[in-house]
Design a protein around this ligand. Structure first.
Ligand code: FA5
Length: 341
């Protein structure tokens, strides 16, 4: 009777192991047949009714059945796992026909767009790009530009000093000296990059960018300078905004001028951006001072030149009508999105 039952349990267990649809169902069947209170344990309890001679044979048979079922369980479990993986792979198959998810793309910062546009305009006039170090020797930032130690002109630019003889460059004009020292005229160069001053309000930043232009040739006059800047400014802002030149002073140019552009917000009527003047200063310019040529060991008046230096952030606020220059370095994504070009 017990042998018959054992065979019956084996047959049933094998059938249910095969039919289980997932790991949970299979495990439940394992508990049902092989668990502590499972069918096999129950049948072993019947051993008590067997004779002394029969007991070892029956015990052996029960063990064989148990081993066989345990192996059948392992096989069924493996088969189920493989099937589950295959099903998942099938469900998660890559569908190349699905529309792509949107990948947000970045854009150039308005200051860099301004920089690029200026290069494009100036390269049409034969100017090519130069750069220079951000940490400058005092000599290049001041001395060679005819701004001697203890000269009041140094107060024009509030300077961050690194040590006694090095500064964070306060303007891009040192690029003029590097170029004059290392290249032979005639020259038409444009230099750009970060500059630093201890300065901060609605129209001043401590870290801003400038663009420097320099032309050195046999005969250069204020008319050439005015013509170049007028062309450049009207190409950049469009013909709608007027520019004007005001007599000014820079130790490295003589004569010197300040270049103003009409305020884009009030169109010259006066507002908070232009401090009610109707004009915004974009930079300085002038004919290169013979003293600068002397420092750079270039023969004046055989060679003459003009130079100009504009603030890129100022040009950006004029072009895009931005009311506060400090929005530019803040990099608030909502502001930059409005500016995205
Ligand atoms: C200069 O820096 C001269 N190197 C320009 C120059 C070059 C004159 C060649 C002659 C020949 P200035 O300090 O004025 O000049 O600065 C030039 C421009 O930089 C300003 O007109 C303004 O547009 C911008 N700028 C100056 N300070 C700041 C500031 N703190 N934040 C933003 N822009 C500024």
């Amino acid at each position: 009777m017990s042998y018959q039952k054992l065979e019956q349990i084996e047959g049933e267990a094998l059938k249910h192991f095969q039919q289980a649809q997932n790991s949970k169902e299979l495990y439940d069947q394992k508990v049902r047949f092989l668990g502590k209170s499972g069918s096999l344990t129950e049948v072993m309890k019947e051993m008590g009714h067997l004779s002394k001679e029969e007991k070892p044979f029956f015990g052996k048979k029960v063990n064989e059945t148990k081993q066989k079922l345990e192996q059948a369980y392992v096989d069924a479990e493996e088969k189920l796992k493989r099937r589950e993986i295959e099903d998942r792979m099938h469900q998660e198959e890559l569908d190349m026909t699905l529309p792509a998810t949107h990948a947000p793309a970045g854009g150039p910062h308005p200051v860099y767009s301004v920089m690029e546009e200026i290069f494009t305009i100036m390269s049409r006039l034969g100017y090519s790009l130069r750069t220079g170090p951000l940490v400058e020797r005092d000599y290049y930032n001041f001395e060679a530009l005819n701004i001697p130690q203890n000269h009041p002109a140094r107060d024009m630019q509030d300077t961050f000093f690194i040590d006694e003889s090095h500064v964070l460059r306060t303007h891009t004009s040192p690029i003029q000296i590097h170029s004059l020292e290392s290249e032979a005229p005639p020259l038409r160069i444009i230099g750009t990059g970060s500059v630093f001053r201890c300065d901060s309000d609605i129209s001043h930043l401590p870290h801003f960018h400038q663009i420097e232009g320099m032309c050195v040739d046999r005969k250069v006059s204020m008319a050439d300078l005015k013509g170049t800047i007028t062309f450049f400014v009207s190409e950049f802002f469009g013909p709608g905004l007027k520019t004007r030149f005001r007599p000014s002073f820079f130790p490295f140019t003589e004569p010197s001028a300040e270049v103003d552009c009409q305020c884009p917000l009030c169109k010259g009527k006066g507002c908070s951006l232009c401090k009610q003047s109707g004009w915004i200063e974009i930079g300085g310019a002038g004919l290169i001072n013979p003293k600068v040529f002397e420092f750079a060991k270039i023969n004046y008046p055989d060679w003459q030149g003009f130079a100009f230096g504009f603030g890129l952030e100022r040009m950006a606020i004029i072009k895009y009508g931005i009311e506060d220059i400090r929005l530019l370095p803040e990099n608030d994504i909502r502001f930059l999105r409005q500016m995205s070009l």
